[in-house]
Design a protein around this ligand. Sequence first.
Ligand SMILES: Cc1ncc(COP(=O)(O)O)c(C=O)c1O
Length: 411
Amino acid sequence: MSTTELGEPFASPAAQDLEHQYLIQNYSRYPLLLRRGKGCYVYDSTGKRYLDLIAGIGVNALGHSHPRIVKAIREQAALLIHCSNLYYHDFQGPLAKRLAETSGLARVFFTNSGTEAMEGALKMIRSHGRRISEEKFEIVSLENSFHGRTLGALSVTGQAKYRRDFEPLLPGVRFVPPNDLGALEAAVGENTSGIVIEAIQGEGGVYPVSVEYLRKARELADRHNALLVFDEIQCGVGRPGTYYAYQLAEPVVLPDVMVAAKPIACGLPLGAIVADEEAAATIGPGMHGSTFGGGALACRVALEFFDILDGLLPSISKTGGCFRTELIELARHFGFIKEVRGFGLMIGVELDIPGKQFVTDAMEEGMLINCTHDVVLRFLPPYIITEGEVDRAVEKLKKIFKKSAVRPVQA
Ligand SMILES: Cc1ncc(COP(=O)(O)O)c(C=O)c1O
């Protein structure tokens, strides 16, 4: 075991050294070697236990080693893992039905990741516009948004730091500030073929977009015959306490296309583009495809997940509500907490000091959290988290916040 800057043995030097030598050095990992997980906890190579409030960045919706997910994986792995999209298997059809029924949309294309789903949605936008006019290829997206790392998804990601090394990207993308109805109206016109929105910006710091803004986007998309695409990759599939974040609005603001991924197969790679009939018709035979997308194993697990999720939605709202209430109470004791935001189990705590140190402090205390945009502590816990676990998390936060009162916080 190596001794890390955290002063405790974490990752094995062999694992670290090999990664340093052989991996492309794009990730800066915490010195933590995780070996197993159970429920809302993960365990490192020394056996130390951590309450997991980031859950693989919003992926491990049912926590770790959920017995029904493990059983589904075991059974299906022994039957059929993958058979390509040349043939039928038992699970794509039923899973597409669940996605259509829960979203209010009609048809599904399966992918392996969020960014791949966004690429497909962008192709739909382009194909839709092109059928009307060659000039109709513009896309309106939001500042501070995040839609993935592939070139198309990057082109609509409203943060220069992710885009700048790869420019020039797709032409015709305009970025507008979230919640500025006038700016949105000014940006959308007859050459707009699509509007792309995360109803709750996740990576951008857990910023919900207002219902009025979503409605205005719907109205403008209808007026100018553009496709309205909602990115539900982080904020959707149960996390907000509804199936999808756009369903928090009453009445629901229905997009033409919705993309989902992260939690959908509880850790197996799976994403989906879900579209209404008209948007789905923009992709004809041979226009799109994916070798791995919608494999038998991933789809079976996702179906199992949806069966469990149906019963979990009320507790996601309730436990998330308790979590936010406790965090707001915490804010009364620590002046550096600026705001607590979010819905369901997608919560951001904005600080007016850097948050990075709290992530390592939390790790020392046996808890995994994340900091985005330097100052927003982001919580994306498993949907099965209990109120008792939330209480424990808030106790730990109180402890680490108290420490910061006695030492200067490092940037
Ligand atoms: C809102 C949103 N869209 C797209 C993506 C990209 O998904 P993936 O990393 O699965 O490609 C992410 C990932 O964090 C996301 O949060």
